[in-house]
Design a protein around this ligand. Structure first.
Ligand SMILES: *Cc1c(COP(=O)(O)O)cnc(C)c1O
Length: 389
């Protein structure tokens, strides 16, 4: 008779082979059991489909990675504990001391800080280029350039760049192109099909879509993703099974959600554009958007982010921001809930007038992540908010 401590730990574990679940369960385990030494040798020699340790791989995570690879028509996908975890791991795998990263100056703040403040400490330098310079991509690549990192659409102005042109210029020079595809999601934009080497996303946003998970993903060919997987093991930026499960559940409705985000955002953008209290509206789906033509060519839908300007006046933007009721004041985006932010209070906090001008941002801008509520309620909320402007 084994003692109660032994029984409580070992009785009833595994051995549920006859229960075939429809959905992938949460494999909430840090490690996996082997029968004997031979099985371990087979694993080490790559002749086994077994799992060893959850930092190396976990069935809950792998099931979601397979979905995300299929979605991007990629050979492989890797999940990370956050979008920043994905970015860091990609860059550590593919850049080394002495290399230069060329990065869009209009980029997610976290990416900017990572390149500007942290990677320099490891001898990896960065050069930031404007949206105009990204328009002639063959000219932005220098002697030491290893990676070109960019976004489209870009936060918060939703400006778009020619993804295929950048990818081609990089390929011609043997430079790795990486896009942060978070704003578009794979439903609205397929960067790998446009020739980009690697596509990264914050899974925190549209992929999960319910504002309750932090995660990141990269997709691409095995030759480029395998080295990233090796680094993920070393630095431990892997996603846990519990958020992996939530993400796998959330992503099942991605096409339905994105269709509604697109439709709601278009309706909101058209309403704002027709309202005289609003100076300017940025939405790639509007004919007035500076990059509408390229967006139409490379996107299947224009996304859920709408940016609008109240004459550059902070006080007016603040009044509208504070009055909204259905739309919540919060950072982040891509969830079922509509969220609003003031770029000068979040991603562009502390920036000088000059820096703001370069990024095409004003103090009177509001960025709206249009959620899945009824469009009429969102428009009514904006209408009563603007009444105070
Ligand atoms: C949120 C975001 C990130 C960072 O992702 P986290 O999951 O917050 O680490 C990177 N790029 C873009 C465009 C984002 O919106």
């Amino acid at each position: 008779m084994r003692g109660p401590a032994t029984e409580l730990i070992h009785a009833g574990e595994s051995g549920m082979g006859d229960a075939v679940p429809l959905t992938t369960p949460i494999y909430e385990t840090s490690t996996f059991v082997f029968e004997n030494a031979k099985e371990l040798v087979a694993y080490n020699e790559g002749r086994s489909s077994k799992y060893l340790y959850s930092r190396y791989g976990n069935p809950t995570i792998v099931s979601v990675e397979r979905k995300l690879a299929v979605l991007d028509r990629a050979e492989k996908a890797l999940l990370f504990s956050s979008g920043q975890g994905a970015t860091t791991t990609i860059l550590m795998a593919h850049a080394k001391a002495g290399d230069e990263i060329v990065c869009s100056a209009a980029i997610y703040g976290g990416t900017l800080h990572l390149l500007h403040d942290l990677l320099v400490k490891f001898g990896i330098s960065s050069r930031f280029v404007s949206i105009a310079e990204l328009g002639t991509p063959e000219r932005i690549i220098g002697e030491r350039t290893k990676i070109v990192w960019f976004e489209s659409p870009i936060n918060p102005t939703t400006r778009c760049v020619d993804v295929q042109a950048i990818a081609q210029a990089c390929r011609a020079r043997g430079v790795l192109s990486v896009i942060d595809n978070t704003f578009a999601s794979p439903i609205n934009q397929q960067p790998l099909a446009l020739g980009v080497d690697l596509a990264m996303q914050s899974a925190t946003k549209y992929l999960n879509g319910h504002s309750d998970v932090t995660g990141g993903v990269v997709t691409g060919p095995a030759a480029l993703v395998d080295p990233i997987e090796k680094v993920r093991r070393m630095v431990g930026t892997v996603m846990d099974p519990m958020p992996g499960y939530a993400l796998g559940r959330g992503v099942k409705t991605l096409p339905l959600r994105i269709a509604r985000h697109n439709a709601n955002a278009q309706a909101v953008a058209e309403y704002l554009e027709a309202d005289r209290r609003v100076t300017r509206v940025y939405y790639p789906g509007l004919a007035s958007h500076p990059d509408h033509a390229v967006a139409r060519l490379q996107m299947f839908g224009f996304g859920g982010i709408v940016c609008f300007d109240l004459d550059g006046q902070y006080e007016r933007a603040e009044r509208v921001f504070d009055r909204l009721k259905v739309i919540k004041r919060a950072a982040s985006l891509g969830g079922v809930e509509s969220l609003i932010s003031m770029p000068v209070l979040t991603s562009q906090w502390g920036h000088t007038d000059d820096q703001l001008r370069q990024a095409g941002i004003t103090r009177g801008m509001l960025r709206l992540s249009v959620g899945l509520e009824d469009a009429a309620d969102l428009i009514a909320d904006l209408d009563q908010g603007l009444a105070g402007s």
